[in-house]
Design a protein. Structure first.
Length: 172
């Protein structure tokens, strides 16, 4: 279950809250860095021992899906997004050159086998594909696609900690 914690920015008082990351409780303090002119997320254990500091990075909004097709020969699912507005990919990549690998999270699809994190081949600004061993069958509901910027990825194993729409989302 996702925990949503609203964030009210302040560079006078550091917002603080408790969160459960990988099954343990931690104290989160969001501080303003004067020289970088940005917020940082500081994670401490309940005894006050500093664990890590990471920059506050906002995940972009989800995008709607226009079409999905499965290639039974190559065993690849191709996803076509609704519009061609800029959708951030890794720094240094160029959308005019195919072949960038991007982690996309598919949400609210039916069948649910499509939902979840997919390491995908970015084909152009509206199309990507990923391997899928079995044909998902009839797609009843086209969901949305998101890129989550997990601020604790590589530090905490089972928890995702993202910031979007003015709130922190912690799962599980």
């Amino acid at each position: 279950m996702t925990t949503v914690i609203p964030f009210i920015p302040s560079n006078i008082v550091a917002p603080t809250f408790q969160a459960t990351l990988d099954g343990n409780n931690y104290r989160i303090v969001v501080t303003w860095n004067v020289s970088a002119q940005r917020y940082y997320v500081n994670i401490y254990d309940m005894g006050g021992v500093w664990i890590v500091t990471v920059p506050l990075v906002q995940s972009p909004p989800s995008r709607a899906v226009e079409a999905v097709s499965y290639d039974i020969i190559r065993r690849v699912l191709t996803v076509q997004l609704v519009d061609s507005i800029y959708f951030p990919v890794p720094i240094g990549s160029n959308l005019t050159h195919p072949g960038v690998i991007v982690d996309y999270t598919l949400e609210n699809f039916d069948p649910p086998v499509l939902n979840g994190l997919q390491r995908s081949l970015h084909i152009n600004d509206t199309t990507f594909s990923f391997p899928l061993p079995d044909d998902p069958g009839q797609i009843n509901i086209l969901g949305s696609v998101a890129r989550y910027m997990n601020m604790v990825g590589g530090i905490f194993i089972t928890t995702t900690f993202i910031y979007r729409n003015g709130a922190f989302e912690i799962n599980p």
